[in-house]
Write a protein that binds this ligand. Structure first.
Ligand SMILES: N[C@@H](CCC(=O)N[C@@H](CS)C(=O)NCC(=O)O)C(=O)O
Length: 234
């Protein structure tokens, strides 16, 4: 059976990792059987989670994993026309390459309280003797990534302004539809759910979360998908 390697479940959500949650949500939306093994990025083929093993295939990165799932099992996007496929890709890039970094800032840098919550969720699985050292090393590494992306060079209020633009775009694009591209879930929904739940419905406090919570359609969307695809987490 296909094995999904990801962080341990926490906060009552599928995963604290946006990308792991995206991947697991695709598996569930597509009705693909899988098992989970919990791990840390340190042990992953590309140093990041998620990754999968499917028979003798080992694949890292949610985009390559989903390409494999589409080819071998089920393509949630098969009914989309070329314009919808283009919109889906553009929105995924907005979510994963831009909004993501604003949320990373809120977890790893914005306040000490958020950092403590984030640290506990990720590093408490490690033995006490190495937990704090690993957390300090990873925090330094992730802060360098946020800076390297460019998001980390801005003032907090500028980061939130940029993230709020993404939230506005997502809320407008969803409108009053059930899913982003109609009545059926697609890859964009797996991505949007994974990232929105990790922005709006997790215990990391920030103006970005508050702003997301003010968008009723996004809150309803998260609740709806969580209830339908994660009944085990209710
Ligand atoms: N492009 C990758 C991104 C994966 C990613 O950034 N994973 C994060 C967790 S959300 C990670 O493992 N980070 C560890 C690190 O950068 O050291 C994907 O789509 O899977």
């Amino acid at each position: 059976m296909l094995i999904l390697y990801q962080f341990e479940r926490t906060w009552g959500n599928p995963n604290l990792s946006h990308f792991c949650c995206k991947t697991e949500t695709y598996l569930r939306m597509a009705g693909i059987e899988y098992a989970i093994k919990t791990t840390l990025p340190l042990f992953a083929p590309k140093g990041k989670l998620p990754y999968i093993k499917d028979g003798n295939i080992k694949l890292a990165d949610s985009r390559f994993i989903i390409r494999h799932l589409k080819n071998r099992y089920k393509d949630l996007d098969e009914g989309l026309n070329p314009a919808e496929i283009a919109l889906s890709l553009a929105m995924q890039r907005l979510i994963e390459e831009h909004l993501f970094w604003a949320t990373m800032y809120t977890r790893w840098q914005y306040t000490d309280v958020n950092w403590q919550v984030n640290k506990k969720a990720i590093f408490d699985v490690l033995p006490p003797a190495i937990r704090d050292v690993a957390a300090v090393i990873y925090r330094y590494r992730i802060r360098r990534q946020i800076y390297g992306h460019g998001m980390g060079r801005h003032k907090p209020e500028e980061i939130f302004e940029l993230g709020m633009q993404d939230i506005d775009a997502l809320s407008a694009c969803l409108g009053d539809k059930k899913y982003f591209l109609g009545d059926q879930p697609t890859t964009l929904d797996a991505s949007a759910f994974g990232f929105l739940i990790n922005t709006i419905a997790c215990p990391i406090e920030s103006p970005l979360k508050e702003y997301g919570l003010s968008k009723e359609n996004l809150g309803d969307y998260i609740d709806r998908i969580k209830m339908q695809y994660y009944p085990d987490l209710q």
